[in-house]
Design a protein around this ligand. Structure first.
Ligand code: IDC
Length: 585
């Protein structure tokens, strides 16, 4: 007897092997097992299309009961990776890419000794930018590589690799500076697509030369069309509908040995009408806390100041998309950050329906986050995380519902800050963002006089542009502007533009940054990071870092291996996390 999971694994291998070597070899690949090829074929047939993400699924949305139509790649491929490894000719008739669901950004495929992460950086009508990273998960250094996959459309420019093409089979070969991939490290390249994105490649072939061997070896990684990312439940089902296991994880508040037991925590009536318990304290139970000391923050000139008018420096983590990592939105997680010096938490709620917006569990996660921050005496930024809906007006209807709901509920809290559009991009300040701000600000102001942070063009980088044309009159009060930077990508050029905006007196809050590249991946640049933090601190500009989760990407503050959802130890922190908390001191 073999288990269903094993059958599934073997079957997957068979599909790979059949694609690459023909049925005869596939049969012998399964030869070690008691199950016959016929059994497996029969069993595969019985799986039905929704189980295996055959490429005909409707974007994986809702069709997959597990909420993860990309199959459990770790168990299916890597556990059996040795068998999946093949040598020889690339099969040019490999399966085509599946249809894209329109929202999934990352597709991870796991092969023997390597992983491929295909990340969409940006999509627009008629094109896209993608980044592909190859991670060496083997035991030897790779010294040369060549990655081949099929894609139905055309690519235009390519960077950090040499591209060749035969029909719709594309091969990317390392360039001088990224041929070597140390164990555990990644090499990356990118390209633009000439038409709408059509879907993630299903199969990759990596030909690699390993250290000390003149020979090149070839290995394959396969993923279902939706892939997503096994390390991050990138949305494959609508969040919080009950189909999404990631949205139902119970936050581990009880797990945190460091949280001082608070007998009343969680039982204090929280009607959202003001501070919990109606007293001047942050809650009836918590007797310390930054919010108690500093009260409601305000924008004064170009600074954020506390209730006494003293400059106040916001510091802390942002969550990842709360639809994807709700388990890190809890008091124990925030408390760890507080202990390391954070005074603020940002809750990132992606605006598009497929990525985060809904009124059910994602909103509950916001409630949970606000409550946790409040009880800890921390400030909390409620972030309307537009990204792919690049022009803020694209999500205006949803933004209205969102802000009306939360401003009504939390508008009187001393600790809540509103961020109305994370990262406008591909649009103009005067034509697109400013008019949006002029609509949303009065809506929030009906219920809340707290700080509102307004996004700036080019993924919240063009503070210098806004400095020349800021909001005025009734829109201006308690408003500041967003700056985002990723230190390995954004350096002196952006720092100089920030200095220009500072020189013009623009109030700025950095609600997102990391020390990696703008993709959230890539190398860490701590010296650029240091230059950024010293510029910000010198000028009294607060900073919030992306992101409090254990996704396997450079920006994550926690290591992928971190199993805790709160009460973190320093050893749970990623290199980025360690660096970031050192700046919260
Ligand atoms: C990234 C996440 C990544 C996710 C991607 C798309 O780190 O896991 O797959 O979004 O949702 C931003 C954005 C922020 C990005 C981050 C890193 O505000 O949403 O998160 N980034 O790319 N701006 C610049 C970088």
């Amino acid at each position: 007897m073999i288990s269903k999971q094993m059958k599934k694994s073997i079957c997957m291998l068979l599909v790979v092997a059949m694609c690459l070597t023909g049925c005869g070899d596939a049969a012998s690949a399964a030869g070690d097992d008691k199950t016959t090829l016929n059994d497996l074929v029969e069993w595969t047939n019985s799986l039905g299309s929704s189980d295996q993400g055959s490429g005909t699924t409707n974007g994986g949305v809702g069709s997959d009961n597990s909420g993860n139509s990309n199959i459990d790649k770790n168990s299916e491929i890597s556990d059996n990776g040795n068998k999946a490894q093949v040598k020889g000719e690339w099969n040019k008739n490999a399966r085509p890419a599946g249809k894209w669901d329109g929202t999934t950004k990352d597709n991870k495929s796991v092969g023997d000794g390597f992983e491929i992460l295909f990340s969409l950086q940006n999509t627009w009508e008629g094109g896209f930018t993608a980044n592909v990273s190859i991670k060496n998960t083997g035991s030897k250094k790779i010294t040369k590589w060549e990655l081949t996959f099929d894609y139905p459309g055309e690519f235009s420019d390519c960077w950090n690799a040499e591209k060749t093409q035969s029909g719709h089979t594309y091969t990317f070969k390392n360039v001088d500076w990224n041929g070597t991939i140390e164990v555990g490290q990644t090499a990356e390249f990118g390209f633009n697509g000439k038409s709408d994105f059509e879907g993630f490649p299903e199969t990759y072939q990596l030909v690699k030369t390993e250290d000390g061997s003149g020979n090149s070896e070839s290995a394959t990684a396969t993923s279902a069309p939706w892939g997503g990312d096994s390390s991050a439940p990138t949305q494959t089902s609508s969040p919080g509908t009950g189909n999404d296991p990631s949205a139902t994880v119970t936050p581990g508040t009880g797990n945190d040995p460091n949280v001082t037991a608070d007998p009343n925590a969680g039982t204090t009536p929280d009607d959202g009408s003001g501070d919990i318990g109606g007293s001047d304290d942050v809650s009836g139970n918590v007797v310390s806390g930054t919010v108690k000391k500093h009260g409601r923050l305000k924008v004064k000139g170009r600074y954020i100041v506390d209730k006494k008018g003293k400059k106040f420096l916001i510091k802390g983590p942002s969550t990842h998309g709360i639809a994807w990592f709700p388990e890190f939105v809890n008091k124990a997680a925030f408390n760890s950050c507080k202990k390391w010096g954070a005074n603020t938490v940002r809750l990132a709620c992606y605006s598009s329906e497929g990525e985060g917006y809904n009124t059910d569990s994602v909103w509950d996660t916001i409630d949970k986050g606000v409550k946790a921050a409040t009880e800890l005496g921390m400030y909390v930024i409620i972030d309307w995380h537009i990204l792919n809906e690049n022009k803020p007006m694209m999500s205006y209807d949803r933004a209205k519902v969102f802000f009306k709901h939360f401003a009504k509920k939390y508008g009187k809290r001393k600790n809540v800050i509103w961020e109305i559009c994370n990262e406008p991009n591909g649009c103009e300040w005067a034509a697109d963002i400013k008019p949006y701000a002029k609509k949303i600000i009065p809506l929030i102001r009906k219920y809340s006089q707290n700080i509102i942070v307004v996004g700036t063009p080019t993924w919240s980088q063009d503070v210098d542009v806004v400095a020349n044309d800021r909001l005025t009159g009734k829109y201006k009060k308690n408003v500041c502007y967003t700056l985002h930077f990723y230190a390995a990508t954004h350096k002196d050029d952006l720092r100089n533009r920030v200095k220009t905006a500072i020189g013009k007196g623009l109030p700025i809050l950095c609600t997102e940054f990391s020390i990696c590249e703008a993709s959230g991946a890539g190398t860490l640049d701590t010296s650029s990071g240091n230059a950024w933090i010293s510029l910000l601190r010198k000028n009294g500009i607060g900073y919030v870092s992306w992101s409090l989760c254990n996704k396997d990407e450079a920006a994550s503050l926690l290591l992928p291996s971190c199993q805790r959802t709160g009460g973190f130890k320093k050893s749970d922190l990623s290199p980025t996390g360690k660096w970031v908390i050192s700046k919260w001191k």
